[in-house]
Design a protein around this ligand. Sequence first.
Ligand code: SF4
Ligand code: SF4
Length: 363
Amino acid sequence: MRLPLLNKDDPSSVDLEQFCRMTDLFLERGFTYFDTAYMYHQHTSESFVKKALTQRHPRESYQLASKLPTMFLKKPEDQERIFQEQLEKCGVEYFDYYLLHNLNSSTYPTAQAFDSFAFLRKKKEEGAIRHMGFSFHDSARLLDEILTAHPEVEFVQLQINYLDWDDAGIQSGKCYETAVRHGKKVIVMEPVKGGVLARIPQEGQALLKNCRPQWSPASWAIRFAAGLDSVMMVLSGMSDLEQLEDNTSFMQDAGPLLPEEQEVLRQVREIIRGSIAIPCTACGYCVEGCPKRIPIPSYFALYNADHQELTKGANTHRIYYENYARSGGRASDCIGCGACERSCPQHLEIPRLLKDVAASFEA
Ligand code: SF4
Ligand code: SF4
């Protein structure tokens, strides 16, 4: 989802050379799990996985996960068409893990109507997938409903990090406990919350450094998620070789956090909560359906940077804003249709927040 880019404004410009080096080092260090999806990097992620991984390494040396894009399904037959396309793009004959992508209150009815769980069961019987599950961004109540209706699901992929653990909207902790109650293994996504927990305020950084001088802020976040008993995998979303070096070094022998370390994270959580204006993870799910082509995550990132202690009020934010607005819509172009909000895993009130962005950068 967050591969290295040659041009940071073009999600499809993946830096293949660096990605190949990252892939090789990851495998050399004993890690094997790769997670991709149909829509990542403007629908090119799976093809880059083929170039960096599946064409260059033996099939038994890695595990590959991909996802059926429930948000793009228009009719039941789309499932077979997309699945075959994914196998072809990835250059494999089966997926080790295959998920219904981003189940929530608007995509679950589609999955039910198109019998998507039965589709995954059939693919499993055919040997085209080894394990079936779904990724999820909604309430613990809906998760309970889905797992009750579909006990055949083997695992769930949840957004879990120390900032969202007791958040009333994301409900990381409640969702985790729901999955455990149903006896499911958990794969963690967004353990670093789209990089937010790698760039925490100075005051929080000082607390972490004081407790464990050698640990990076990102490593604290990943250790928190990995230390939960029912977690079988943590997807840390590494974007360059340096991040990969960091993650793979400490995860080779990381154990659960000690009680005093948990207490430090609790204090850091409060500091961060006071500093982030818009908790967007830059997943990009909102962008595709926007009729005004507003680059929502880019504007939110600029807005956050403009409100953070280290970068507050820098002139470059406004310059960047004008640059983005030349090729997409302005924040004030939002017509409030709500398409973006329905696909936002973080449940952000995007049209309202865009008004704040417009007030900051268009005044
Ligand atoms: S509400 Fe605004 S930002 Fe969201 S999809 Fe509609 S026009 Fe785009
Ligand atoms: S606004 Fe929501 S959907 Fe859009 S990039 Fe941010 S977190 Fe993702």
